[in-house]
Design a protein around this ligand. Structure first.
Ligand SMILES: [Fe+2]
Length: 519
């Protein structure tokens, strides 16, 4: 009996080995293979870094296996020298198919305010060299690039290319819509030859992984990541359009399955493919010394209740309607009142200020904070009653640029309130904006509309908007002032990182007022 049992165990082991060997010898083929550049093998997706602290930073890459291997070892090095003549830290990371062969290391024991170079090695080949930087808490001035909304299908990532050449960035803050979930040609004007992979709306883990992989094979995005650390948070399109914690506008349970399973798949792929620290909560803050706290909010999945359907929706002013949810809201208010930094920079996905879009068919965006007035009022009350100064919201989502003196006007009243913060909106990297959605409308009409909604009778606190251009925003911060600089790229239809226009607006500390620096 025992002999028979041993025989069967041995046979089972041989069977497992045979299966294992045949798996290992099977070539690894992916839908994105045509996008890979041979010279980058096996690190086709480049390198990335993120979530810098004073003594830590995440470094990231993805090794593409030659065959379906169970495990791949990847060596990493970090150095103060671009030629690695002296290695500061090094180690080995084992990756496998369960994490889509991505590599993420939280490098500890680094020196503050220091630029580092890093690289990976596997299969006897080295990755490109990345550059990153730890937080300098003694720094007197800071510079960030603020970005959102990059849609592969809508043209080239020239904005990322331009950002890769920006000097002295402390980090790139990405406010979400890093990928879009639509199938090819959806949410696209169809003039570009950059179609989404896979050619379906993202639902499964495999779908989300392929889409992240496709985006990270874009050479302009590779260059932006290789040159600067990123601080990332998702908005809705990393999962599904207009997400809230229990559902999304673009999720149909009958055809697309269980919502929570879809979100788990999307977030697993997100964490695999982004250089983000895997804390228990996605909202988090970064202390850049006495100059600024960067407070990153999560406005989709932690606590957001379903969007109201109209301004007449009886639930609009209900107190349980929330964008952040109670736990995150408490955390956020504590971060604001406990901050010892001059500026409190809020990484915010959707517009915080009251905003009347002034269109016959669309005035108030109920997916933004205008749709969550009670929770917004709590934030306003907290800032005002604690006399918290120098709060700056930086915001993505709308595919257009904005500058507000934040004095949200209650929806039921026309009475402006004294400004208690400022808000800067960043344009899209390349996602569609007004002129592309309505190509037949002359540009002058769009400019006229921008001027119309900046009229004091419409949005008295709105000091600048641009609905036509794509690009990014730089934020320069010192104790005296914060300066937002919008940089607009010349084109999306060819690889060309030329900047056609620059706009600057500054705000002096404790003023909550905006001043145009150039016209
Ligand atoms: Fe977007």
């Amino acid at each position: 009996m025992v002999k028979t049992l041993i025989f069967y165990i041995k046979m089972a082991l041989v069977f497992v080995l045979i299966i294992d060997c045949s798996q290992s010898n099977r070539p690894f083929i992916e839908e994105v293979d045509n996008l890979k550049v041979d010279t980058l093998a096996p690190f086709y997706h480049g390198v990335a870094s993120g979530d810098p602290l004073e003594d830590k930073v995440i470094i990231w890459t993805r090794v593409t296996p030659e065959n379906h291997e169970n495990e791949i070892s990847v060596n990493w090095q970090i150095s103060k020298f671009s030629d690695f003549r002296k290695v500061f830290k090094n180690g080995m990371f084992l990756t496998d198919a369960d994490r889509d062969y991505t590599v993420k290391v939280d490098v500890e024991g680094l020196e503050s305010g220091t630029s580092y170079f890093y690289r990976f090695e596997s299969y006897g080949k080295k990755s490109i060299t990345g550059r990153t930087k730890t937080i300098n808490s003694l720094s007197e001035s800071l510079r960030f690039a603020i970005v959102s909304c990059s849609d592969y299908q809508r043209g080239y990532f020239n904005s990322y290319s331009s950002i890769s050449e920006e000097e002295d960035l402390d980090a790139v803050i990405h406010l979400g819509d890093y990928i879009y979930e639509y199938k090819s040609r959806d949410y696209s004007n169809g003039i570009f030859d950059r179609l989404h992979l896979p050619d379906k709306e993202l639902i499964t883990l495999g779908d989300y992984r392929t889409r992240h992989s496709q985006y990270k094979l874009d050479r302009d995005l590779i260059e932006a990541h290789r040159n600067h650390p990123f601080i990332l948070i998702w908005d809705d399109h990393e999962t599904s359009n207009n997400t809230y914690k229990d559902g999304a506008e673009n999720h149909q349970e009958l055809e697309e399955g269980n919502f929570n399973e879809r979100i788990s798949a999307a977030l697993k792929a997100y964490y695999e493919w982004q250089p983000i620290r895997e804390n228990s909560k996605p909202y988090r803050n970064f202390r850049f010394g006495k100059v600024a706290d960067i407070i990153i909010l999560e406005e989709r999945l932690e606590g957001r209740t379903k969007q109201a359907v109209s301004l007449d929706d009886s639930t609009l002013f209900e107190s349980n309607r929330s964008m952040l949810g109670d736990i995150q809201l408490d955390w956020f208010l504590d971060r604001l009142s406990d901050s010892e930094s001059q500026w409190k920079i809020i990484g915010n996905q959707v517009i915080f200020s009251y905003l009347n879009y002034g269109r016959p068919d669309f005035n108030i965006n109920l997916d933004s904070w205008d749709g969550y007035p009670v929770e917004r009022q709590k934030i306003a009350d907290h800032i005002n009653s604690n006399s918290i100064k120098d709060v700056v919201f930086v915001t993505g989502d709308t595919h257009r640029s904005w500058a507000f003196e934040v004095n949200h006007i209650p929806l039921e009243s026309n009475m402006p309130i004294k400004p208690y913060a400022i808000e800067f909106g960043t344009p899209s990297i390349n996602s569609g904006n007004s002129d592309e959605w309505s190509p037949d409308i002359p540009i002058q009409k769009l400019i006229d509309h921008e001027n119309y909604i900046m009229d004091p009778t419409m949005n008295p606190h709105l000091k600048y908007t641009n609905s036509r251009d794509h690009g990014y925003m730089l934020l320069d911060i010192n104790k005296e002032k914060v300066i937002a600089t919008w940089k607009y790229v010349e084109t999306l239809i060819r690889r060309d990182k030329s900047i056609k226009e620059i706009k600057k607006i500054e705000s002096i500390s404790r003023s909550n007022k905006l001043k145009l620096v150039n016209k």
